[in-house]
Design a protein around this ligand. Structure first.
Ligand code: PLP
Length: 381
């Protein structure tokens, strides 16, 4: 198998797996209990929180564990909206956000909030001028993703956050695709809230965190006991928290070398596709991008069909279309870059990790060449 879908999820690191195991079988005490068995779980949570806080340049009191990126995004948007609605009911986001943001915004619209969805340019960048123009006196929150999960474009977050703050709005960023892959310092960036997810950087699934700057008064999101300072109740998922922190530690330690390996592999993949297959169009920013993303449309080829044929050859990728209503629909991200419905339906996403090899890149290109040829032949020759 060749796994090239690392933006969807990643393989758990061995170190994370080993770190987690004792918290399933040995230190299984409820962290809220007061006997000694539980002290180990409580300590593990504290240590993990320190690791995550340190990795971001944040304070431990600013890190809240969640069930993943989706919950962190929901919490950030819904709680800021509810807490600050007396100041205004306007929120700004972008057209290319993940559904965790877009569908939360749709929910807030039903609750009487007004949401502006900023357009992006052809490379997937939110332009600073567009944000400046959209900001109003009643804007309470701006939420722009740090990097896009489909095309990999990295936004100018520090500049966007500064513009939002000048107008008195809070700034949230969905950093799910960036955290663990590129360095982030929340204070230098000037963001007020940030979401991340464990399974995107070789940690376990079902765990993530929300960073909340201490000046934001964020109300609780899950009501119940006093876990996470009473703001996110429910017995903590101790093994997952420990596994995520271990993965974060490893990611941070090897960040530069991994990013270099990944960039080398993905550049090679792109170059070889260009050399071997005619009529292809790459999406996203040329340089301001996540190192592992390659998103490409092969003209006259449906992404979904190519994906299935790649799967038959043991190669895992994603396509830019989703079967949401029984019919194929092009990705909202590719469409927002100004592409046609046909181009969006043709998009294929390859996301490389440090665990891939050059040989896998070459095998993928050869498989693609054959598949694209076949699909074009079927339909047009
Ligand atoms: N935000 C972005 C940009 C993502 O790519 C994802 C996952 O694909 C999420 C949010 C949701 O994260 P999780 O799977 O941890 O809920």
């Amino acid at each position: 198998m060749i796994y090239l879908d690392n933006a969807a999820t990643t393989q758990l690191s061995e170190g994370a797996w080993e770190a987690m195991q004792p918290y399933f079988t040995e230190y299984y005490g409820n962290p809220s209990s007061i006997y000694r068995l539980s002290a180990a779980s409580k300590k593990a949570i504290n240590r993990s929180r320190e690791t995550i806080a340190e990795s971001l340049g944040a304070d431990i009191r600013e890190i809240f564990f969640t069930s993943g990126g989706t919950e962190a995004d929901n919490w950030a948007l819904i709680s800021v909206a509810e807490q600050y609605e007396s100041k205004g009911k306007h929120i700004i986001t972008s057209q290319i956000e993940h559904p965790a943001i877009l569908n939360t915004c749709a929910y807030l619209e039903k609750r009487g909030f007004e949401v502006t969805y900023l357009k992006v340019n052809e490379q997937g960048l939110v332009e600073e001028e567009a944000l400046q123009k959209a900001l109003r006196k009643d804007t309470i929150l701006v939420s722009i993703m740090m990097a896009n999960n489909e095309v990999g474009t990295i936004q100018n977050i520090a500049a966007l956050a500064a513009i939002a703050k000048e107008q008195g709005a809070f700034f949230h960023t969905d950093a799910v695709q960036v955290y663990g892959h590129l360095p982030i310092n929340v204070k230098e960036l000037g963001v007020d809230l940030l979401s991340a997810s464990g399974h995107k950087f070789n940690g376990p699934k079902g765990i993530g965190f929300l960073y909340v700057d201490s000046k934001v008064k964020l109300p609780g999101f899950v009501h119940g006991g006093m876990q996470e300072k009473g703001r996110r109740a429910g017995t903590e998922n101790v093994p997952a928290i420990v596994g995520m922190a271990q993965a974060a530690k490893e990611a941070l330690e090897h960040m530069q070398e991994r990013a270099e390996v990944v960039a080398r592999l993905s550049s090679h993949l792109k170059k070889r596709i260009q050399e071997e297959i005619k009529d292809c169009h790459f999406h996203g920013h040329e340089t301001q991008r996540l190192p592992g993303h390659v998103n490409v449309t092969f003209s006259r080829v449906q992404g979904e069909s190519a994906l299935i044929m790649l799967d038959q050859k043991g190669i895992c990728v994603s396509s830019g279309s989703a079967c949401t209503t029984g019919a194929l629909e092009g990705s909202h991200v590719i469409l927002a870059l100004g592409c046609s419905e046909e181009e969006a339906q043709g998009a294929l996403r390859f996301t490389v990790s440090h665990l891939n090899t050059m040989e896998e890149m070459e095998q993928t290109v050869q498989a693609l060449k054959e598949i694209v040829g076949k699909l074009r032949g079927f339909r047009y020759e």
